[in-house]
Design a protein around this ligand. Structure first.
Ligand code: MG
Length: 435
């Protein structure tokens, strides 16, 4: 029975700000980064890897937080950790001195997520299966045992979660066959960064359509006139019916959002993403009501299952965008996906960044196999950046995510990439310092 022997962390930063990749109305110069950790065991070659995505300097505090939490799992056997994963999630978020800095959101919550996600990577590797398959083969009882239902039972009880999972049980086999043969529909944000020229945006849009994507998303929010110009050019290129969405990355106050979104109605948007502060549940509800039928989407920075619960209860959105590293790991996202299922809201995961596509696809695939099945309202974000640094980079074919076969949860990076981009002593950053 392998045992956890050590946990190492790495500060990995990619110089993406130089290319304006990832630029949007809120984040003008991101250096896509990973606060990366590795749980090693006494079984040679068996380790669990994961990361928290940040956009640069935040790595300093994120790694400090991860390093404060990892002693809680030192010395555990892998089997015990798997059996006790529900307790472990509560222990990671329940340390009373650390909890003061949350609770259940922010740097320590994300650090808990990193530890949990690395444990899930370890479990999947120990069992020799990809994470989506591990989750899909777990019993409904095992899944609900992994969830911390504290603060969400007014929206979803353990019994209701079990009901949802038992209802999905019979279709699991056929859903898995569909997943293995067709994959899951992806959408792309790659053409739409705010720093790109109109020409680059349109060239990349045409390429995305040729590649088979059936939804394309654009950053917005510089000015209404700028958005009208860009969306007008896109609509002209893609035609009247091709689905397009926009993403404001939180730049608007509530009433500004309502005016702005209503000024873009003619472009028939599939959704408007992150119109305002991710914590403003009532603001989202006000916007959603005032701009209907244009759908509102959010969630990539929703800090916990509690915010998602309120967004569902208040009708603050009609598309839930979970993120693999924003909340407390796989465990909390199981809760988020089950809550969305109960409220009948599709989960269209957020991805991009560093490794987020590699990680979140597993959760969407579990949703498709074991929870809500295959349907047209789920699309998973895809951004074509930085995949080359991962051992098991996402495979996209004909606009679909292809189900990964390799054991694990997807976040393991090549050691050579870690060595090159470790900050500040990796080879890239050392050279940068002297140039
Ligand atoms: Mg977004």
């Amino acid at each position: 029975m392998p045992k956890i022997t050590a946990i190492e962390s790495f500060d990995v930063r990619f110089p993406t700000s130089k290319m304006l990749d990832g630029s949007d109305a809120m984040n003008q110069d991101p250096d896509y980064s990973a606060a990366y950790l590795r749980i090693t065991t006494d079984q040679p070659g068996l380790h669990g890897d994961s990361l928290v995505f940040t956009i640069g300097r935040g790595n300093d505090v994120q790694i400090a937080a991860i390093n404060m939490l990892t002693p809680k799992i030192a010395g555990l056997s892998v089997d015990d950790a798997f059996t006790r994963i529900g307790e472990i999630t509560r222990e990671l978020s329940g340390d009373s001195q650390i909890r003061w800095l949350g609770p259940d959101y922010g740097v320590f919550h994300m650090a808990a997520g990193a530890v949990l996600n690395a444990l899930w990577d370890l479990f999947a590797k120990a069992k020799g299966v990809p994470l989506w398959k591990l989750l899909s083969d777990m019993t409904p009882e095992q899944i609900v045992d992994a969830i911390d239902f504290r603060y969400i039972t007014d929206a979803l009880t353990r019994e209701e979660a079990l009901d949802i999972l038992y209802r999905g049980n019979d279709a699991k086999k056929s859903n898995e066959e569909i997943l293995r043969s067709k994959g899951l529909p992806a959408y792309t944000t790659s053409p739409g960064w705010l720093g790109y020229s109109d020409e680059k945006m349109l060239d990349l849009t045409k390429k995305a359509m040729d590649d088979g994507f059936t939804l394309i998303k654009y950053k917005c929010g510089k000015s209404i006139a700028d958005d009208q110009r860009r969306l007008g050019k896109v609509r002209e290129l893609v035609g009247p019916n091709f689905p397009i969405a926009i993403d404001a990355n939180q730049v608007w106050d509530v009433d500004v959002a309502i005016t702005w979104i209503n000024a873009l109605k003619e472009y028939k948007l599939r959704w408007v993403e992150e119109p305002t502060s991710p914590n403003d549940v009532l603001g989202h509800a006000k916007i959603a009501a005032a701009v209907a039928p244009t759908p509102i989407a959010t969630g990539e920075m929703a800090s916990s299952r509690i915010i998602f619960k309120q967004l569902l209860q208040a009708k603050g959105f009609s598309v839930m965008q979970i993120d693999a590293t924003r909340v407390a790991g796989v465990n909390e996202n199981l809760a988020n996906i089950l809550m969305a299922a109960k409220f009948g809201i599709p989960v269209c995961p957020h991805a991009g960044g560093v490794g987020l596509c590699e990680m979140v696809q597993h959760l969407a695939m579990w949703d498709a196999v074991a929870v809500t099945g295959h349907h047209t309202s789920r699309v998973v974000e895809f951004v074509d950046h930085l995949h080359q640094h991962f051992l098991d980079p996402v495979q996209i074919s004909g606009g679909n995510y292809i189900a990964p076969q390799r054991a694990g949860a997807g976040a393991e990076m090549h050691q050579s990439s870690i060595d090159e981009y470790s900050f500040p002593n990796g080879t890239y950053w050392k050279n940068e310092a002297v140039s």
